[in-house]
Design a binder for this molecule. Structure first.
Ligand SMILES: [Zn+2]
Length: 84
């Protein structure tokens, strides 16, 4: 005869905790050009931080270099398993 305790049906905690890990974080960097004042966003690159001057990149709008500054960085979370 078994002495194992009988657990009530609870939601699977492992499932809930595991949900956090399957979300994918997508970071976006918003750039502002000091020359033409254009503001646009591109994929976040390592090393980006707010107010950083991007000397190595050209403005997407006026193609001038050394004018871009990181205006804002934001991140979004995606659930890759979510179907709809
Ligand atoms: Zn520009």
């Amino acid at each position: 005869m078994s002495d194992e305790p009988q657990f009530p049906d609870l939601p699977d905690i492992g499932e809930i905790l595991g949900r956090k890990d399957r979300f994918i974080q997508k970071k976006t960097t918003v750039l502002k050009c000091g020359e033409c004042k254009a503001k646009y966003s591109r994929e976040f690159k390592a090393g980006d931080f707010t107010f950083k001057k991007l000397d190595a990149e050209e403005c997407e709008k006026c193609n001038r270099s050394k004018t871009l500054v990181v205006e804002e960085i934001y991140s979004e979370w995606f659930d890759p398993k979510k179907s709809k």
